[in-house]
Design a protein around this ligand. Sequence first.
Ligand SMILES: Nc1ncnc2c1ncn2[C@@H]1O[C@H](COP(=O)(O)OP(=O)(O)O)[C@@H](O)[C@H]1O
Ligand SMILES: [Mg+2]
Length: 326
Amino acid sequence: MEFKKKTIKELATSSSMRFLLFGGKGGVGKTTCAASTAIWIAENTDREVLILSTDPAHSLSDSFAQDISGGEVVPIQGIKNLSGLEINPQKEFKKYQNSIQAGDIEVPQELQMFGDFQDFQSLTPPGSDEALAFSKVLEFIQTPDYDFIVFDTAPTGHTLRLLSLPEVLNSFFGKLLRFRMKMGQIWGKIKTLFKKKGAEDEEDQLAALNHMKEIVENANRELTNENRTSFIIVMIPELMAIYETERLLSLLLEYEIPVSNIFINMIAPPNPHCTFCQSRHTMHLRNLNQIREIYKDDFYLTEIPLYQTEIRGIPALREFSKFIFQ
Ligand SMILES: Nc1ncnc2c1ncn2[C@@H]1O[C@H](COP(=O)(O)OP(=O)(O)O)[C@@H](O)[C@H]1O
Ligand SMILES: [Mg+2]
């Protein structure tokens, strides 16, 4: 499968483009690259931008030096047209549990003596928290509220795996839905027993399942369309990172996610006065040459130097974006 190569600037300014996903190993600079790209797009195009973190090891708050960990979309202070959200699986899960306990399933007094019906946690299939985080991502892929969404993804490729529909329906999402259906049926029976109602509930659950399937299929279409989506791999100039990148690339290929950019971050600068720094620089240049050889024909490579300090706060991120968009 061949995708048309596009520079990051072409992607960021294309009017059809909607999703940029940043991925790579932990600590290579995904969040920094995603955050500064989001700032650039918000400040240099007229689009409403959302930066969305699906990495459980969130660092958007750190990167922007602003607390956005509340689980709700918040405007990024100082940047017009930019909002941020860190999806918190645990928090989403709590909300879901509360909603079950509060509304979906109220166990009649008469039945409570038969067992601890309130303990729904034990009935929840493993992976439900990821499923909920994923359904949140789906919600944002559907939403017309943002023109452009920059994803700061988890290093495991979870986000991608979840997009393969059959797998999704069989695993996380499917488990959750089957669980909901089962609970619906149980409650349906309980209700028939006590309130003479139930059949129509089951139909609702089935309709919900089909609706979810449509949403996942739609998301899949969006994320495999090269005019809508592009994945940016972030790596560092070390040999181990090449293996990582190969693994990520084959996963992206498998799920047909378009990718045309690789960022090589944290390249050690030369320093003739420091033997240690100089030898790291030499090593990085050697690896960089190898990386260029392997990838230059198929991808645009962006090389970013290692800064003296960490990149934190909007002025630093804006400065950093110059390397990306030069
Ligand atoms: N080019 C760079 N030079 C110096 N520090 C960097 C650079 N890129 C990222 N950092 C810093 O490295 C740390 C990890 O970056 P981060 O973007 O959080 O990585 P990830 O999201 O991949 O785990 C942060 O403290 C960030 O400020
Ligand atoms: Mg991060």
